[in-house]
Design a binder for this molecule. Structure first.
Ligand code: MG
Length: 232
């Protein structure tokens, strides 16, 4: 599927490919793991050991489910006490550098860019709080950024609801890059919006994590990929 997308991009120079960041190009697991470890050290020393044994990658979406993995039976209670500490840090750029790319993501985005695709990063991270850290993280990992043929689109204000932001951004992208060949997301809700405006594109969902409040049936009409490794 990924090779097919590269072929389509090669045949259509200047066409677009859209990438979400969180849980799509990046695994935010190590970011959350780091914050939870700091919480344990500063506030709850009894959690230091369980947090050390917690997996760092591909953590569940929900903080309660993550804490449940660390301390079975106490996930909800721990999540309640760590929520404020976690959110303050997770939604700031101080911890962005702990994110790690999903396997193969850097190479795949580079391959798209080399085929003269327009690489568009579309993320619900906000401009005031996260644009500097986001640019730095993309650059440090080797994603094409800041060069011709790339575009980084963030949410203008933290408070703006994500669906409203993505709907507006999609309309704007469509005016300058109407030929979008592929989109990558972890949330089916966003992929549905992509499919409505670009019905002929390939819309892939990452099998990372996603908001459990959205019905799982929404995912079923999409092809999914575990990561960006290409068959050779
Ligand atoms: Mg995402």
């Amino acid at each position: 599927m990924l090779n097919e997308i590269l072929n389509r991009l090669e045949e259509n120079p200047g066409s677009g490919v859209i990438f979400d960041l969180d849980s799509t190009l990046f695994d935010n697991g190590p970011r959350t793991w780091r914050i939870l470890s700091e919480f344990a050290r500063h506030e709850r020393r009894d959690l230091i050991e369980p947090m050390q044994h917690l997996q760092r990658h591909r953590l569940p979406y929900d903080l309660g489910a993550i804490c449940e993995l660390a301390v079975p039976g106490e996930g909800a209670a721990i999540a309640e006490s760590v929520k404020g500490f976690w959110a303050k840090r997770f939604f700031s750029e101080d911890y962005i550098d702990f994110d790690e790319p999903i396997t193969g993501a850097v190479e795949f985005v580079q391959a798209c860019h080399q085929r003269h695709a327009r690489v568009i990063y579309l993320t619900g991270r906000d401009v005031p709080g996260m644009i500097i850290g986001t640019s730095r993280s993309l650059r440090n990992w080797g994603f094409p950024i800041g060069v011709a043929g790339t575009e980084l689109v963030l949410k203008p204000r933290f408070e703006m609801p994500d669906p409203e932001f993505k709907a507006e951004a999609i309309r704007s992208i469509n005016t300058h890059t109407p030929n979008v060949v592929a989109t990558f997301e972890n949330e089916a809700k966003n992929a549905i919006a992509f499919r409505e405006i670009w019905p002929d594109a390939v819309h892939l969902l990452l099998e990372t994590n996603w908001d459990p409040k959205h019905p799982t049936e929404l995912r079923e009409t999409f092809d999914t990929i575990h990561d960006f490794r290409m068959e050779t």
